[in-house]
Design a binder for this molecule. Sequence first.
Ligand code: PEP
Ligand code: MG
Length: 317
Amino acid sequence: NVETMDEIKDVHSHGARGIGLFRTEYFFITRSSLPSEEIQYRFYRDVVEKVAPDSVIFRTLDVGGDKMAEWMSGIDEANPFMGWRGIRFSLSRKDIFRSQLRALYRASAHGKVKIMFPMISVMEEVLESKRICEEVKEDLLRERYIIDEDIEVGIMIETPSAVALASRLGREVDFFSIGSNDLVQYALAVDRGNSRISYLYDPLHPSIIKLIRDTVRAARKRGIWVGLCGEMAVSEGALGVLPLIGIGLDEISAPSYLIPEIKKIIRSVTFDETHALIRNILRKSTAGEVRELLIKFINEKRPELREFIPKTSIKFD
Ligand code: PEP
Ligand code: MG
């Protein structure tokens, strides 16, 4: 997961195979005015060239919620996390959306680009976003730009509605990327920035594991790949990674300094044993029980993973 150009040098040195989440909004919110297509193009091109031959998944602008830019002043919402954010913002500011997509498609001439849309909650958002991608491609080809015409286009799965619709959404896209940070927030109805209720914010809650399992099943049904780019794989150490392996996720994206640790955890277990664990997890009713089960597995079968159990456990216990 990358937000700035500075972080790119660590991608290869930490053993990552490309960038699974490039949060483009930081390029937008760290400046006082909107960046032009040309400025964005040069920035994306530099990113892509540095990461080549591996790919970069650029997430289109995910402003709103807790990420406001100076040039967005005047937006006053009672519930910003449920408001004008992510793809909703882009689809109502098509000028900004188009210039970002044009810059991304132009950058695709210099390396391997993939694009994904944040905060999808309904089918119409996917269809409209894809329609705009097609228009942008046609315009660029007409203007004689060289672009990759087969860029993979995916969506983030971070609302419960997207999970419920996943098998239909999966017909329209090339991949899913699960945004567990927001998925936990929306599924458990707990503001991810509110410390008073943070005890409820738990990626190991059985409801979250089930939503991720359902997303992977839908992806399998449609023959597309599915990754996870939320913090679940890193905030919980081995406790977060083991269920993700067992569910059958294809990719994990995380801050690069944690990649060696995640690889070590993945290489210590087999798919079959973690898959069996999932069946037991899904019978549990609380996150505490899920944690206990995972810790028992580690103690009994993989004691070498003990060092990857987070020291502090929040929650109800
Ligand atoms: C997520 O929601 O899991 C995610 C990766 O997006 P962000 O944290 O940038 O909202
Ligand atoms: Mg998110």
